[in-house]
Design a protein around this ligand. Structure first.
Ligand code: ISE
Length: 336
């Protein structure tokens, strides 16, 4: 497909609006042809920013619309699996924001639909795979310059939780990115997890202010994931891979160091839209290129499924206070 890819976007919250802007202004081979949101006024606002995309109030109608070649799903999480399956049924490439589904069984249904169709159509929105800092860390580790990879670490700092999120919310909403990064950067499967966490208050034992997860990989390597759900000062993501002879890690902050009036400091990003601004552009550029090439690339529905199975094991471990094993079925052939 060499012509312009006409994209329909479902959901115009923060992520949907960002994808609409990137696809309109920063991806030459794409245009936003359709916008759907239950809030018609918001849909109109975003459509106007995209140069007059057609408005839909029904997601299924957008998916089946003849003017839509491919779909971005940025709707609430509970709709992700159902809408992704509708795109598969329509034979249309789809970029679905994480998580792919609200649970392992629902995600498995997406896998089944895609395998039955015989080809990959789904990319999942694990945008850190397109973050230059993450890619650089993986490149150094993959080079073998520090020997075999022994330990993966990820620290995920959220500025505010907007309440007292549950352990489930923090793991499936936030740490699921770090779970995918662990699998992608180590090129290894997670076989065991052990979760500990600090609740916001004794009367909310299921809430999670700070989460720490130990990972065991199939190769014997180890991992450590941390999430501060309510840091209060800004947004930071740091990953590192320790090898036999060294360690490679991202800088916690991407902003320049400013020295002035005998002081030195750096701007701490406010949220993921700021920190991963470049990653989101790279993600949709790669997605559109894969559509033009006719071959889905990037994080697959299988990656989306496995991240949810691992997340469920992490939640079980945290609530039971004991390690949990991760059990996966055989990976279908279409996922390589
Ligand atoms: C949010 O939904 C995201 O996906 C961000 O990437 C993540 O850092 C944040 O913790 C989530 O709440």
């Amino acid at each position: 497909m060499s012509r312009t890819v006409k994209v329909g976007i479902i959901g115009t919250g923060g992520m949907g609006a960002r994808h609409a802007s990137n696809l309109t202004y920063l991806v030459a081979a794409a245009e936003v042809a359709a916008i759907m949101d239950v809030d018609a006024a918001r849909a109109e606002e975003i459509a106007a920013r995209c140069g007059g995309a057609r408005i839909y109030t029904d997601a299924e109608q957008l998916i089946s619309a003849p003017e839509v070649d491919a779909v971005v799903i940025a709707a609430p999480n509970s709709f992700h699996a159902e809408l992704t399956r509708a795109c598969i049924a329509a034979g249309k490439p789809v970029l679905c924001e994480k998580p792919l589904a609200t649970g392992g069984e629902e995600a498995s249904g997406v896998i089944g639909a895609e395998v039955s169709g015989g080809r990959r159509l789904v990319q999942v929105g694990f945008m850190r795979q397109y973050d230059p800092a993450h890619v650089a860390v993986k490149r150094v580790s993959d080079s073998g310059a520090q020997g075999n990879a022994l330990v993966f670490r990820s620290v995920h700092i959220n500025p505010s939780s907007g309440g007292a999120p549950s352990l489930d919310d923090v793991i499936t909403g936030s740490l699921i990115h770090d779970i995918h990064s662990a699998r992608w950067m180590m090129e290894d499967e997670i076989v065991g997890v052990h979760t500990s966490y600090i609740p916001f208050s004794p009367d909310r034992p299921d809430s999670a202010r700070y989460v720490m997860i130990q990972l065991q990989f199939a190769s014997g390597a180890l991992g450590g994931l941390e999430c501060n759900a309510d840091a209060g000062y800004g947004y930071e993501i740091e990953v590192s891979i320790t090898g036999e002879t060294g360690v490679v890690h991202t800088s916690p902050l991407q902003s320049p160091v400013v020295r002035h009036s005998n002081a030195s400091g750096q701007w701490v990003e406010e949220d993921w839209l700021q920190r991963f601004n470049t990653a989101y552009v790279n993600e949709v550029q790669a997605w559109v290129q894969s559509i033009q090439d006719g071959e889905a690339t990037g994080p697959s529905a299988w990656d989306g499924y496995v991240s949810i199975v691992v997340a469920d094991a992490c939640i079980e471990s945290g609530l039971k206070g004991e390690p949990a094993a991760v059990r996966l079925p055989e990976r279908p052939g279409i996922y390589g």
